[in-house]
Design a protein around this ligand. Structure first.
Ligand SMILES: [Zn+2]
Length: 281
């Protein structure tokens, strides 16, 4: 599943090239998670602005170049890669394949969503604060790189829950970006047992956890950034990050710090990996 760092690296891979491009056509494949919500032809002639990211969503602002009775007004499309989606912006795309379900054709190239499982989404909204975009974005927690995300914030938010700390992180409504791999790795770095009840974590431990989440995501971003030139597949980047993981995917292997065998448990149907010696309740 594409996680926040992959989505951000995807954004960086095309944001500058698509800015200022004029939409010449929109092609829809099979239905995605939700309908586009606007007549595709009404996007023709619109100019793409600065692509931004919020959580795992990308926002492509679109604005009319000319006053055209047929055109949609000011707005944009909110995109999500779902479970298996990837986005590529190419000058001369191949004919769409069976898993290519959205093409935004512009005078600078075509932005294509390839999504075999079709949990991805492309939805029109008048702004990020209106309609479907507002609905989808309103439940998101703070950005991990935002100054608002610190130990005090995390401590206060975790105090209000009574679930295992890992599940509180996975919810994404406290902080975005701590998906399964990154939550496991950050909890290892912060020496916190993933089963610890969220409201029992002290303020200093929350401070360490907030820093660990930020640093883990920063490391993943740096890895993605280093491969940006040939960037094609967000999933490949997650695989690369896993190679350097301390616990994720390493069940039975020695902890890199203390050599205890890494354990795997299941929490809410998701695999959790941790070191039973380094990570404490
Ligand atoms: Zn250990």
């Amino acid at each position: 599943m594409p996680e926040l760092p992959e989505v951000e690296v995807t954004r960086q891979s095309f944001a500058q090239r698509i800015a200022g491009a004029v939409v010449t056509d929109v092609r829809l494949g099979k239905p995605l998670r939700w309908p586009l919500g606007v007549e595709p032809t009404s996007l023709r002639g619109q100019v793409v602005g600065d692509v931004s990211r919020r959580g795992k969503y990308l926002w492509l602002p679109l604005s009319p170049r000319h006053v055209n009775s047929n055109a949609a007004g000011q707005g944009g499309v909110l995109m999500h890669l779902g479970m298996s989606g990837s986005l590529a912006f190419v000058a001369q795309p191949d004919a769409p394949g069976a898993h290519d379900h959205f093409d935004l054709v512009t005078d600078q190239g075509t932005l294509r969503l390839t999504d075999p499982r079709r949990f991805g989404a492309v939805v029109w909204s008048n702004s990020q604060n209106e309609g479907m975009a507002a609905k989808l974005l309103s439940t998101l927690g703070v950005e991990p790189f935002d100054v608002a995300f610190d130990g005090a914030y995390l401590h206060a938010a975790l105090q209000r829950r009574r679930v295992a700390v890992k599940l509180a992180l996975l919810g994404g409504d406290i902080v975005v970006g701590a998906g399964n791999i990154y939550a496991c790795e950050a909890l290892f770095t912060a020496c916190i047992d993933p089963r610890t009840r969220s409201d029992r974590l002290s303020r200093p431990r929350c401070q360490r956890l907030a820093l660990a989440i930020r640093n883990t995501l920063q490391a993943a971003l740096a890895l993605g950034g280093s491969t940006l030139r040939d960037f094609r597949d967000a999933h490949g980047m997650a695989g690369q990050f896993q190679l350097s993981a301390n616990v994720y995917g390493r069940v039975g292997e020695p902890c890199r710090v203390c050599a205890t065998k890494v354990r795997r448990i299941v929490q809410a149907q998701r695999s959790t990996f941790f070191c039973p010696t380094c990570q404490k309740r």
